[in-house]
Design a binder for this molecule. Structure first.
Ligand code: GLU
Length: 450
């Protein structure tokens, strides 16, 4: 999709606040943010809350909080529930233009019609029976207390085509499509028409969403036409699947709260979701701005994008290993310094684990029971540790002197020291860790228990 530089790029993320965001929605939000940033445009949050029954204020707040956590700050927020007068006016115009018509079929009747068509091997398209009702028929139904629902009249003579930013040229024959219901008998709106009205009114230049919306796009292109508006550019990303190749239930409900709890950082989620389904490698070194600068719809493929938890955790670790102290200071234990963070972070899968390593620095640690030979070696280490210069590189001084004195090298030299000093068999670089532990504490740990 080549952005037309004469019109500003405006994208929107349009969730219905009927539940929490899941990784699929988050990916859509991110794509729209990246596209707007890429072109110096605007990214809007539009709360699609026409469904008063199912929309919840707590979900609106959670959506805002999730976007804030991700750093995807919208340049504006709109709410469909505040725009009913606008929809009503557009509705009146479309009724007057003959593009909306009244229908009365019940769900059961429609289901029966569909079954009959399918049984005859035909596509289950609405037969437009209601289009042939006379004004007298409508009046009779109204008198009987029946209220109509409304369908949008597709223009059968205008083939639908667009150049999809990801899928390439798309063609739909409106004769093969049902006139969609846009408004229920109780006056409430279905998603499709208010969305097109808003996209036009808000100057949305690009609609980037999941490929489950492709057929909606075909319908909405005709709605834009009926509203006298230029349709935005469209791009539809292939959907996410779990590692087993299907859209798993878990993935469909995996949200920011779960990811946070698992120690996933927003930078990791963004690095992964920005590149999943593209031919570009996932790069934990790239922040959102760098990802935006390189964002390119032509890199997206048509194959489903596989979301792999294990991969997310690997990326998360790589991200944590790069996070600067200023970004994490408020999440670290009291007293933990910048040097300590930089020493410890290569060992972390999650920031939360920093506290465990900080306890190793501050002590007390529980070292394994030393056999007599190791005990003698550690006594020697304690004596040497008391005599070396602690100002520059005590670990190198300690191990070099011990090596000469004992003839030990490699694991036999290093492991007992690490175990006595940290209570662990592995961990951060001892050269960096030992100065953090400090002279007195280190000598204490090398010495026999009192
Ligand atoms: N509220 C719609 C949804 O959540 C918006 C779809 C769209 O137009 O992006 O599916």
């Amino acid at each position: 999709m080549s952005a037309n530089l004469s019109t500003p790029v405006v994208t929107r993320f349009a969730p219905s606040p009927t539940g929490r965001l899941h990784v699929g929605n988050i990916r859509t939000a991110l794509h729209n943010w990246l596209l707007a940033k890429r072109h110096g445009g605007r990214f809007l949050l539009r709360i699609d809350d026409t469904d008063a029954e199912r929309s919840r204020e707590e979900h609106v707040e959670a959506i805002r909080a999730d976007l804030a956590w991700l750093g995807l700050h919208p340049e504006g927020e709109e709410r469909q529930s505040a725009r009913f007068a606008i929809y009503e006016a557009a509705f009146d115009r479309l009724v007057a233009a003959g593009r909306l018509y009244r229908c009365y079929e019940t769900a059961q009747e429609l289901d029966l019609k569909r079954k009959v068509l399918l049984g005859r091997g035909l596509p289950p398209i609405y037969d437009r029976a209601a289009l042939h009702l006379s004004e007298a028929d409508h009046a009779a139904r109204a008198a009987a207390g029946e209220k109509p629902h409304w369908r949008f009249l597709l223009d059968h003579d205008t083939p639908i085509a667009w150049h999809d930013g990801i899928r390439g040229p798309q063609h739909f024959d409106p004769r093969q499509m049902s006139d969609p219901v846009v408004r229920r008998a109780d006056g409430s709106w279905l998603y499709m028409l208010p969305s097109a009205i808003d996209d036009a009114a808000m100057g949305i230049s690009d609609v980037l969403r999941g490929e489950d919306h492709v057929s909606n796009t075909a319908t909405q292109i005709q709605m834009f036409g009926a509203l006298g508006a230029e349709p935005p550019r469209f791009a539809h990303a292939a959907l996410l699947t779990g590692t087993e190749g299907k859209l798993s239930k878990r993935l469909g409900s995996l949200g920011v709260a779960d990811l946070r709890e698992a120690g996933i950082e927003p930078e990791a989620l963004i690095a992964m979701l920005a590149r999943l389904g593209t031919s570009d490698p996932i790069d934990p070194a790239l922040d959102a701005d760098a990802l935006a600068a390189a964002f390119d719809l032509s890199r997206f493929g048509r194959a489903p994008a596989r979301f792999d938890d294990a991969e997310l955790h690997r990326i998360n670790a790589a991200v944590v290993h790069r996070l600067p102290f200023a970004r994490v200071a408020h999440l670290l234990p009291e007293g933990m310094t910048e040097v300590a963070w930089e020493t410890i972070r290569p060992n972390l899968a999650h920031i939360g684990e920093a506290a465990d390593w900080w306890r190793v620095v501050t002590g007390p640690v529980r070292a394994p029971e030393a056999d007599p030979e190791t005990r003698a070696f550690l006594d020697q280490a304690a004596t040497i540790a008391a005599g070396i210069d602690w100002a520059s590189d005590p670990w190198s001084a300690l191990t070099a002197t011990l090596k000469d004195a004992t003839g030990r090298k490699g694991k036999a030299l290093f492991l007992p020291l690490r175990q006595a000093l940290t209570g662990m068999d592995h961990g951060p670089d001892m050269k960096a860790l030992l100065p953090l532990i400090g002279k007195a504490e280190a000598i204490g740990r090398l010495s026999p228990a009192p």
